[in-house]
Design a protein around this ligand. Structure first.
Ligand SMILES: O=c1[nH]c(=O)c2ncn([C@@H]3O[C@H](COP(=O)(O)OP(=O)(O)OP(=O)(O)O)[C@@H](O)[C@H]3O)c2[nH]1
Ligand SMILES: [Mg+2]
Length: 200
């Protein structure tokens, strides 16, 4: 089976990628499978810079093609926060629950029509022999007043998707992949995927 290596420690992302790459015939491997001890500091100023840092570090270490995802939630009423700091918004322990609590508290006096937001996903493809490049996918939505749904990860329980009339956390992995920032970014790669990643 063709394999794809994703430089992530986030199990929720890994599940999203399995739903997206499985049907394309790829087995998904993550940092846990290939370099468990590796930790790359996300010092970039943009999603793209951080995705390139993560992908390049692992591609150089393994001497093979690797992809990485740097993603997050931009809330318009918060001037784009949490943005690239989404994973650690409420502290270094990276708690999805605490992150959601913080966002809901910050938006408690913001009315429905001003709760627009988007998920952003930059995917970087890096290899030891080529310059890295990135693609970006987005998904527009509205931050709800309270949690609903148990699928997905991160902010999915408070991210309402108007086109589906559901919270992101109410969608199956396949349904999420069809409309999500991550799915949209993968679609931009899909046409060249076999060439990019090798057919082995
Ligand atoms: O509800 C969500 N649904 C999503 O689909 C989604 N995608 C990203 N996010 C948020 O953005 C952070 C990424 O930060 P991030 O790219 O640095 O990843 P991470 O630190 O979790 O793992 P790694 O890939 O760096 O190892 C995540 O933790 C989440 O808080 C999402 N939230
Ligand atoms: Mg991270």
């Amino acid at each position: 089976m063709k394999k794809i290596i994703i430089a992530t420690k986030n199990k929720g992302k890994a599940k999203d990628f399995e739903a997206l790459f499985g049907p394309l015939g790829y087995e998904v491997l993550t940092l846990q499978d290939v370099a468990d001890d590796m930790d790359v500091e996300e010092t970039g100023a943009t999603f793209e810079e951080n995705a390139v840092l993560k992908a390049t570090a692992l591609a150089n270490h393994l001497q093979t093609m690797v992809i990485a995802d740097d993603s997050g939630l931009e809330i318009d009423a918060l001037d784009g926060r949490p943005g690239i700091y989404s994973a650690r918004y409420a502290g270094e322990e990276k708690s999805d629950e605490a992150n959601i609590d913080k966002v809901l508290e910050e938006l408690k006096d913001v009315k429905e029509s001003e709760r627009s937001a988007r998920f952003v996903c930059a995917i970087a493809v890096a290899s030891p022999t080529r310059e890295p490049f990135t693609v970006r996918g987005t998904c527009e939505g509205i931050i709800a007043q309270e949690r609903k749904g148990t699928n997905g990860f991160g902010y999915d329980p408070i991210f309402f998707v108007p086109s589906e009339n559901k919270m992101m956390a109410e969608l199956s992995a396949e349904e999420k992949g069809a409309i999500s920032h991550r799915g949209n970014a993968i679609n931009l790669l899909a046409a060249n995927l076999d060439d990019l990643l090798g057919k082995a």
